[in-house]
Each structure stands twice: as structure tokens, then as C-alpha cells.
Ligand binder design. Structure first.
Ligand SMILES: [Zn+2]
Length: 390
């Protein structure tokens, strides 16, 4: 069945094709599933992978012949099936293949570079996914050359060379801009929204089937005409400065309007820095121009993604709302508990969303635009954080 030159060529083509297909699929999966940091983009992965033997780059830069082959779905299917058969057959012939003896393990390992996840312990093995640098996976078996891992509920294999038991250093998270001297509570500030909404979809929480817009456009001042994303950044920057004066460390999710960061990614920035609190700054909108006052939001105790952080998030929400309303005199609309916010559901740190006031209320809109009131708002939030961390 195999062994002829012609067979090998076809085999190779099938493998390239597969790899391309799998790489494309994996790139998609990695984006939505990974709980790792925003900076670990496909580009980053490729760069990291380029230094490895088990890397993506060389195969992905193969000539366009794959693209033509891709046109025939039927042919592709046939080749894929064949490829799988061949893999297992080849696996037995390869020294690093089927004869591998695995020591039983049950341990978390981390990728030292972007590396392929294969169906069988062989460089000919079908690629089923990619483990990005610093991403973790459960290792169930070890040999010098190959590690058996659990991937999406199945046994797969990764070159042992690119796995380590050592947890990656968390001295610096990714995404966001850090301020501070390494001391004091670390607060992540997210200025809600951005210059342009992004209506692509993302899961509302890790592993969720339900999706939401990556980031909505936000509301707008009915009197000032100021977009919400402008106001939120003004207050976020004031809050940053107040907190730094008070001895905090700060991570700013954004400091520009010209960004494209989804709500889930914002949460992941706070997660990657292991922030002590994540403050998401927003302003409210209502059909009624009479609606006014501030509120905070956090998850419910039953939140399937981060219910374990309910107590902290609730207490953070209460503290921030109290500090804010006391400093500004704004009406207190209480803490709202909700599990519909991606930017909360993706959090692995205590989180609160502050709706500072209603931009649809002309008076409140004008007030929130004033320098002195913005300063009061920032001081009030900081008071709340002081109380929370005390
Ligand atoms: Zn908003």
C-alpha cells in the first residue's frame, strides 16, 4: 500500500494539506478557547514556533499548491482519511513513533514555545491543534521524545522538548499598560468601549455557546454630545493618577480610543496581571432623560464561570459604589448582579462595572463632563478601593 515514491509524494501532499487545514482550525480555536493573554496572537505563536523543530512556520510557508487542492472538498476528505491510516502505519515504523513507552504521569505542563499537538507520537502524526507558548495542558504520559497529553478529551502527543513543568513567570501580564513601582495593590482599570464598536461575536464566558458583540459602541451625552468612550477614558486616567498617588499599582486596559479590544480580552488582561481588582468604567443610557444616578455590577453567586469570585466582586462593587456616591453626591441605584456580561464572566479576579451616571440625562451628562466633578468621581472610586483593600 505504501513505500512507492508516488505514494510518498501523495502522502506528503496530504499531510501538508492536513497541516494547513488543522493550522487554520487551530488558529480559530486558540482565539476563542484559550484563556491566555491577548498578546498571544497567531503572529506571536508563529514567531515563537519558528525557533522550534515542531514549529508552524516552515509548513505554513509552503507554496500555493495546497490552496488549489483545497478546492476539492471530496478529494480533501479522501486524503484526510488516508492520511490518518498512514499515520498509524508509519507510527510503527518510526523510531519515535508507536513503540514509545510512556511513563504514567498526571501533571500540568507548559509550552516553552508554540508547538503542535498531534494525533500520534510522530512528526508524521496528524496535527490536531497548537499549544501556544506558556499555555498549559495535562500530561498523562512521558517519554524522552514525546509526551502524551489530554487535548479536547482525547489522547494526543506533543514533543517533550517543548514542555516544561515550570510555571511561566507571572511578573508581567500581557495587554494593558502598567504603572507603579511593584508595591501596593494592583488595580486594573478598563475605560469602557473604544472609538469603534466591534460587532464580531465572542462567547459570553469561557466555553459558552452563547455569544455577544465583542465590544459595543456605548452611549453618548445627550447634551454634550460626548461619546461614552471619551468620558470613560477621561475618568480612567484621573483614577489612574489618584491611585498612583495613593500607592497603588495600575494596569490600564487602554489609553487610546483607537484600539480593538473585546470585553473578554479586557478581562483577560486583568487576569494575566493577576490584578487585585478590576474596575470597568462606564456611563449609563436610558430612554428616559429623567433616569439618573450611579450603580455597580457584578456576577451572581451562581455564575457558572466566576461564581467563586462572587463574594469579593460583590464587596468590591459595594465599596466602589459607596465611595463614589459619597464623594459625588450622585444618586445610589445599588449593586446589580448579572451573568450576562462577557467582561465579568471571563474574569478570574474580583470585578465591578461602575455606571457613573446617565449620559441620557442632560444634567448628569453636563456634570460628568466637568473637570472638578470628574476628579470627584475618580477620588470616590479610589475611596471605595481603599475601603475594599483595607
Ligand atoms: Zn458602557
Amino acid at each position: 500500500m505504501r513505500g512507492t515514491g508516488k505514494g510518498k509524494t501523495k502522502e506528503k501532499a496530504a499531510v501538508w494539506l492536513l497541516i494547513l487545514a488543522m493550522a487554520l482550525t487551530a488558529a480559530g480555536c486558540a482565539g476563542s478557547e484559550s484563556q491566555v493573554r491577548r498578546k498571544e496572537t497567531a503572529a506571536g505563536t508563529q514567531a515563537a514556533a519558528a525557533q522550534t523543530g515542531e514549529n508552524l512556520t516552515e509548513e505554513e510557508t509552503k507554496p500555493a499548491e495546497e490552496e488549489t487542492a483545497e478546492g476539492t472538498a471530496a478529494g480533501r476528505q479522501e486524503e484526510e482519511t488516508e492520511g490518518e491510516e498512514e499515520t498509524s502505519a508509519d507510527g510503527r515504523e518510526e523510531p519515535e513513533g508507536g513503540e514509545t513507552d510512556f511513563e504514567e504521569r498526571s501533571e500540568t505542563v507548559y509550552a516553552t514555545a508554540g508547538v503542535r499537538i498531534r494525533r500520534s507520537p510522530s512528526t508524521d502524526g496528524e496535527v490536531v491543534g497548537i499549544l501556544n507558548e506558556n499555555e498549559s495542558i495535562l500530561r498523562t504520559g512521558y517519554s524522552e521524545e514525546w509526551s502524551r497529553v489530554e487535548y479536547e478529551g482525547t489522547e494526543c502527543y506533543i514533543s517533550s522538548e517543548y514542555l516544561t513543568l515550570e510555571e511561566p513567570a507571572q511578573t508581567a501580564g500581557s495587554g494593558g499598560v502598567y504603572y507603579g513601582n511593584g508595591e501596593g495593590p494592583l488595580v486594573c482599570i478598563d475605560a469602557g468601549h473604544q472609538g469603534k464598536g466591534n460587532y464580531e461575536q465572542e462567547p459570553v464566558g469561557p466555553g459558552a455557546a452563547e455569544t455577544k458583540n465583542k465590544v459595543a459602541a456605548g452611549t453618548q451625552g445627550v447634551s454634550t454630545g460626548t461619546p461614552e468612550y471619551v468620558l470613560t477614558l477621561q475618568v480612567a486616567e484621573r483614577l489612574r493618577d489618584v491611585l498612583l498617588e495613593r500607592g497603588y499599582q495600575v494596569v490600564m486596559v487602554r489609553e487610546s480610543h483607537d484600539v480593538n479590544i473585546s470585553n473578554a480580552e479586557r478581562a483577560q488582561t486583568a487576569n494575566s496581571w493577576e490584578c487585585g481588582a478590576f474596575i470597568r468604567i462606564h456611563a449609563n443610557g436610558s430612554e428616559s432623560s429623567l433616569a439618573s444616578g450611579a450603580l455597580t455590577m457584578c456576577q451572581t453567586e451562581a455564575n457558572p464561570y466566576c461564581g467563586d469570585l462572587y463574594t469579593e466582586s460583590r464587596s468590591l462593587s459595594e465599596a466602589v459604589l459607596k465611595g463614589f456616591t459619597e464623594a459625588t453626591g450622585a444618586g445610589n441605584r445599588g449593586v446589580t448582579e448579572t451573568d450576562t456580561m462577557s467582561g465579568i464572566n471571563w474574569c478570574q479576579v474580583p470585578v465591578t462595572i461602575l455606571e457613573m451616571g446617565f449620559m441620557t440625562n442632560p444634567e448628569e451628562d453636563q456634570k460628568m463632563a466637568e473637570d472638578s466633578y470628574q476628579q470627584q468621581m475618580a477620588e470616590g472610586i479610589a475611596d471605595g478601593l481603599d475601603a475594599y483593600f483595607q
